[in-house]
Design a binder for this molecule. Sequence first.
Ligand code: SF4
Length: 327
Amino acid sequence: MEKKKMLTGFRPTGKLHLGHLHGNIKNMIEHQKEHENYFFLVDWHALSTEYKDPKNIKSNLIDCVIDLIALGIDPEITHLYRQSDIPEIAELCLYLSMITPLPWLERCPTYKEQQKELKAKDLSTLGFLSYPVLMASDILIVNADIIPVGEDQLPHLEITREIARRFNYLYGDYFIEPQELLSQATRVPGTDGRKMSKSYGNAIFLSDDYETVKEKVRSMITDPKRIKLKDPGHPEVCNIFTFYKIYENERIEEIENRCRNAEIGCTKCKAELAEIIYNSLKVFQSKRKELEKDLSVIYKILDKGKQEVKAEADKTIKDVRKKIGID
Ligand code: SF4
């Protein structure tokens, strides 16, 4: 049986953090043998928010590829490539822009949310508004079946399906409608309780050393009603407890009870969590150091991915031009 195509993109805007790992990458690693994987670095998407200062995008991209391989993405069974190496994506984006009604983009919740959250950046650009069309092009250029996403990305995927449907309606069936693969830990909180994101300054990075992880966990907000050690805790409102659910779910009942019964102080509870998080990162950190020693290997992997995906993208573009009637 032919394997289903699974596709996911990563923004090379900085080091990877726990939000990336649990929101998406873990899912990818677990399912990578079952599917044909398209794993790519979205440098054009990064430009939509970093257009004023794009100098780090390229080095971040290489860092990101190293991170992914060190985490367990197998480049032998994955098409690992750079978005800007496939210009056919941009051509498809142009065609899809012609048929995408503006209100679909304006009502997208992440568009409004990000504009509010990233006030320091001027995001009233065409590129930022049309981000979902570029995302649809990333997906449809290879007609991907499955997209691993967090809950917050579901509206984007819905726009992709709507665009595919509209294209098929206007020019005849061609694109399939991709389905989501929801990650188990869909929303990883940052140290301030908002979604973990580098731009919010609340992330625990995969490359953080033990002292940094300890300090970041120590700064997290816990149950505000728990002032003294004897006060019973309310784990459902505590950020630390959300992390325990991700890391120690098999003993979550015990962790919940010791909090509710005030059997442990928040300082100790946090110190224990910091150690658990750091221990989980140790193998990754040593693999990463090894990979950094020879970057030519990383460039070869990206080149292999480019060759593989370009052939497929070229076919899609030729078919699309034919469907529209401008071949
Ligand atoms: Fe949170 Fe742990 Fe404190 Fe309970 S004991 S409020 S889970 S930090």
